[in-house]
Design a protein around this ligand. Structure first.
Ligand code: OAD
Length: 241
């Protein structure tokens, strides 16, 4: 199986990676839906990751994100991030809000669900600033307009950043191989990129510890840990993008 996937990657001129929380799981950043520790098994996304939840109790939301920010700040890229980042010829699209791919050295990562290491104005005045992940801020106001600041991530019910989404769609339409890593593929529109790539003719390789909603789309499904499977797949010399 891994040989077939390696051949697909060697033959593919344009390769795109599409990752989810499983990519960062072995760095100590929790996933959302894995039992029993998945974040959404223990916390209510409607209260913590939605505009309605923020309106109802902004301090609860900001304090929860402060804890997540400390976790991400303490985490280090794992061998899967490093292997992906080492391939300058692969374009990376991720649902992860952590910055581990970028810290591993990847350029131009498309972060569909935003970035936890930034705050932005909740009223949309355009103000955005990087936060200190080792000492994350509490609830505070936008210095530009006085509205509350909030993490620059996409919450349930919010649209994806439109230019990132258009770039991701284009990349998935144009790629020869989509390498899908560590996602349950249940959150749309992001998960729809897999079907989009497939119907545009791309080969689909899936790396996951378990089967997922995208398993039926896989040309090759490699069941195993990202930190082991991804480096084994990608230890090819890099080609210019
Ligand atoms: P999920 O938690 O839904 O899925 C994680 C996937 O990773 C599961 O399919 C696991 O089997 C797999 N997995 C766990 N550990 C792994 C490992 N070490 N190696 C490989 N695979 C592993 O996370 P996402 O699919 O990323 O949205 O969730 C999608 C979105 O739902 C997130 O971006 C987030 C969440 O609500 C927003 O923040 C908007």
């Amino acid at each position: 199986m891994i040989d077939a996937a390696r051949r697909m990657l060697a033959d593919g001129r344009r390769v795109v990676s599409f990752s989810g929380a499983g990519l960062s799981a072995e760095s100590g950043v929790g996933t959302f839906r894995d039992a029993p520790d998945g974040m959404w098994a223990n916390y209510d996304p409607a209260r913590l990751a939605s505009p309605e939840g923020f309106a109802a109790d902004p301090k609860l939301v900001i304090d929860w994100y402060a804890a997540r920010r400390r976790t991400v700040g303490d985490a280090q890229p794992n061998p899967a991030h490093l292997a992906l980042a080492g391939r300058g010829d692969i374009l990376h699209v991720t649902q992860n809000v952590d910055d581990l791919l970028t810290r591993a050295g990847a350029d131009g990562v498309i972060s569909l669900h935003g970035s936890i290491d930034f705050d932005r104005c909740h009223a949309g005045c355009g103000h955005e600033e990087r936060v200190d992940m080792t000492d994350p801020p509490g609830l505070r106001d936008c210095p530009a307009c006085g509205a509350p600041l909030r993490p620059a991530v996409v919450w349930f019910g919010e649209p994806l950043p439109s230019s990132d989404w258009l770039d991701a769609e284009q990349a998935c339409r144009d790629c020869d191989v989509l390498l899908v890593i560590g996602t349950s593929a249940v959150v749309y529109p992001a998960a729809g990129l897999i079907g989009l790539a497939k119907s545009a003719g791309a080969g689909i390789i899936i790396v996951n510890t378990h089967q997922s909603d995208a398993s039926g789309l896989a040309d090759v499904e490699l069941l195993g840990k990202a930190s082991e499977v991804v480096p084994a797949l990608l230890d090819e010399p890099a080609r210019p993008r």
